[in-house]
Design a protein around this ligand. Structure first.
Ligand code: GAL
Ligand code: ZN
Length: 691
């Protein structure tokens, strides 16, 4: 298995050489297409290709959920229909991303081998139905998937026009069957060696939950063990490892079939169940399915939230990613199926590209006629023609991507990192700590991310394992769990001149959720010049404030509101920049600054409003020597850059529905996309290039 260093080296090498990218010659425009649902209507399939051409669709993803049509009976394969459609697409210069069919299995498979069906946490085995309803451990399931993957790879895996592999579809969930239980025990044995060590790491003496052997361990369950944090955390890690291992087995079968094409799997919108960073071990490129609730609230808010996720996904393989799915109009599974207003599709699609996507892909190309997703938006709907609003807007996206074609493979470089870590999130959610009704981790990450983005800066969101040397500023919001010696890494980072923003509720526990002894933030008390002594949870209706200390070194002024959590710190060298405005800790530090080695550590004591982060991030960025081209971006306007051998590309996007005044920018930038005018139209995008 590759360790972190090896993954990093491989990623660096591939990035330099543009290897492992799906988009070789152009940005990809297409999406999920299921021609197998239309084999009895060849005229529709022909019509589809004509319409794809008109909408400048240059790719379709095939084979997603197609198993029962590819292997209608065990061992009897029918790839003829797939061959036909791939040939016709190729004749029309439409590329293919080929999926492995493991996202849903045929009936014969679960009838003959019931072990492939998933067992839920309450220990009940599911019946056939739905999708993602299978055990990732089952040898039979792995074997059957392996056989069909290899055959698909042998037949299609070296074709010109096949860009790469889409493994399964939105892997997720867990299985509690006997096979998984025993795999879990094996995993724990490897991790801890002895049962004594596991008992220590999980603190099982508490409530007399000690184990005498690994054989006694069972996965967490609503009818059994549900309070042992170490067990729950390790179960989630195991589920991630199991899923990654399942992907690894799928990939192996493809390689055994002789295909060397790049590999991806599509990750789910805001999904918390898997640590996606771990998938870097088995993927060439990360891809993401984006289904935001546009028009539920103000569009700039939605855009800012989505931006966080794009930047997380880009960081997984640390190179251009794919927007594997998005909806051309409305979904049919959200509580309200809201249409995208005119222009929204284009803006949302180009946002993906601005953040480093090499594709804009949809679910789905043609709306299915029956079953669960018949009313889900599609490029071609039941009407079947091109004279629809959605089709016209999809065509506009196609035109834009064609104009921006040279961006394929270009990189996003960032000097700022905000650490986002799934395992930290899991541990914190479970912790039974200062505020069980909501800690607002995600929101705090978003506030920091957005505050840097509003300065026109690209932002990376690495996890705790990634290297930090390339960043001028690193923010660690709520780093509750200091995994893998994060404290040590941050200490070196500051010592060598880095600017660190650390917040309350950081450095509290180790990798197995055991509390650090001897004071917190663990390993960084000296660096931050303080010790956290107590933390106050606030009711929803309570608030406090941070008031600027006059003459503070950061030049902050005024008062900022804070809520939810207030950390009380004792200074040991740090200087207070803000102090609390009320309660028994009025006058105590609320934001501090401390020089350490060649760098500076800032400690944010409370959950402050965004205006605070906006000010703090600007001052810290300037103090770290980052040149800010945009100190005053209008609300709702986003700036992003990508670069490649041709030069640097600048995206200016207006997520407001209304026009925003916009001064054309310096002449070294040449506009290559969008209206040339002294304004940014509602949902408008301009792209510039600088050589
Ligand atoms: C995705 C899934 C697709 C389709 C889509 C509908 O999560 O991968 O297959 O179901 O949602 O929005
Ligand atoms: Zn299982």
């Amino acid at each position: 298995m590759e360790n972190h260093e090896m993954i990093k080296n491989r990623a660096d090498k591939e990035r330099e050489e543009g290897m492992g990218n799906f988009a070789k010659k152009r940005l990809i425009h297409g999406g999920d297409y299921n021609p197998e649902q239309w084999l009895d209507s060849p005229e529709i399939l022909e019509q589809d290709i004509l319409l794809f051409k008109k909408a400048k669709v240059n790719e379709v993803s095939l084979g997603i959920f197609s198993w029962s049509m590819l292997e209608p009976e065990e061992g009897k394969f029918d790839f003829g229909w797939l061959e036909d459609i791939i040939n016709r697409l190729q004749d029309n210069d439409i590329d293919v991303i080929l999926s492995t069919p493991s996202g849903a299995r045929p009936k014969w498979l679960s009838d003959k081998y019931p072990e492939v069906l998933r067992v839920e946490a309450d220990r009940r085995r599911n019946l056939f139905g739905g999708r993602h309803n299978h055990c990732y451990t089952s040898p039979v399931y792995r074997e059957k998937v392996g056989i069909i993957n290899r055959k698909l790879a042998e037949r299609f895996g070296s074709r010109p026009g096949v860009l790469g592999w889409h493994i399964s579809n939105e892997l997720g969930g867990d299985c509690h069957c006997d096979l998984c239980q025993s795999a879990f025990r094996g995993w724990l044995k490897q991790r801890y060696g002895t049962i004594e060590e596991l008992n220590r790491a999980w603190a099982t003496t508490f409530w007399s939950h000690r184990y005498q052997s690994f054989e006694q361990i069972e996965s967490p369950s609503p009818i059994g063990e549900r309070d042992l944090h170490g067990l729950k955390l390790d179960w989630r890690r195991f589920v991630t490892d199991r899923t990654v291992d399942f992907v690894r087995a799928e990939v192996q079968a493809i390689r055994d079939g002789g295909s060397v094409l790049p590999i991806t799997t599509n990750m789910m919108y805001f999904y918390g169940g898997l640590n996606y960073h771990k998938f870097a071990e088995v993927l060439d490129t990360a891809s993401w399915d984006n289904y935001p609730l546009w028009h539920k609230g103000p569009e700039p808010e939605t855009a800012a939230e989505v931006g966080v996720y794009y930047d997380i996904i880009r960081g997984i393989c640390r190179k251009p990613f794919l927007l594997m799915e998005s909806c051309p109009s409305s979904t049919n599974w959200q509580s309200v199926s809201k249409l995208k207003k005119p222009g929204m599709l284009l803006a949302a699609s180009l946002q993906a590209v601005a953040h480093g996507s090499d594709s804009v892909q949809y679910f789905q190309m043609r709306q299915s006629r029956g079953a669960n997703e018949k009313f889900h938006g599609a490029v071609i709907d039941h009407y079947g023609g091109e004279d629809t609003r959605v089709f016209r807007e999809v065509s506009q996206v196609g035109e834009a991507l064609e104009q921006l074609s040279e961006l394929a493979g270009s990189q996003v470089k960032a000097r700022v990192a905000v650490i986002y870590d799934w395992e930290n999130r899991w541990a914190m959610e479970d912790a039974q700590g200062p505020r069980n009704k909501g800690l607002y981790y995600q929101e705090t990450v978003t506030k920091l991310h957005r505050s840097f983005r509003r300065l026109g800066l690209n932002v990376d969101l690495p996890d705790m394992e990634q290297e930090l040397d390339q960043y001028s500023v690193v923010a660690v919001p709520m780093g509750y769990m200091f995994r893998r010696g994060l404290g040590e890494k941050l200490k070196n980072y500051v010592e060598q001149g880095g600017h660190l923003i650390l917040t309350y509720w950081s450095g509290i526990v180790d990798d197995t959720d055991l509390c650090y002894l001897g004071g917190t933030p663990h390993g960084l008390m000296e660096v931050c010049g303080l010790r956290s002594t107590e933390i106050d949870g606030l009711y929803d209706w309570e608030s406090n404030s941070g008031i600027a200390v006059s003459g503070n070194s950061l030049g902050m002024s005024g008062e900022y509101q804070c809520r939810h959590l207030c950390d009380l710190v004792e200074l040991k060298g740090a200087e207070a920049v803000l102090t609390y405005g009320s309660d028994f800790y009025a006058g105590k530090p609320a934001l501090t600054e401390h020089r350490y080695g060649d760098g500076i550590a800032y400690y944010v004591c409370a959950d402050f409003e965004e205006a605070f982060y906006a000010d703090l991030c600007r001052r810290v960025a300037l103090s770290a020597g980052i040149e800010l081209l945009w100190q005053d971006l209008p609300e709702g306007v986003e700036v992003s850059t990508r670069e490649n051998a041709h030069g640097e590309y600048l995206f200016i996007q207006n997520f407001n529905p209304s026009v925003v005044a916009w001064n054309e920018i310096q002449n070294q930038w040449q506009q290559i996309y969008g209206e040339v005018s002294e304004e940014l139209p509602g949902f408008g995008t301009k792209v510039y290039r600088r050589r």
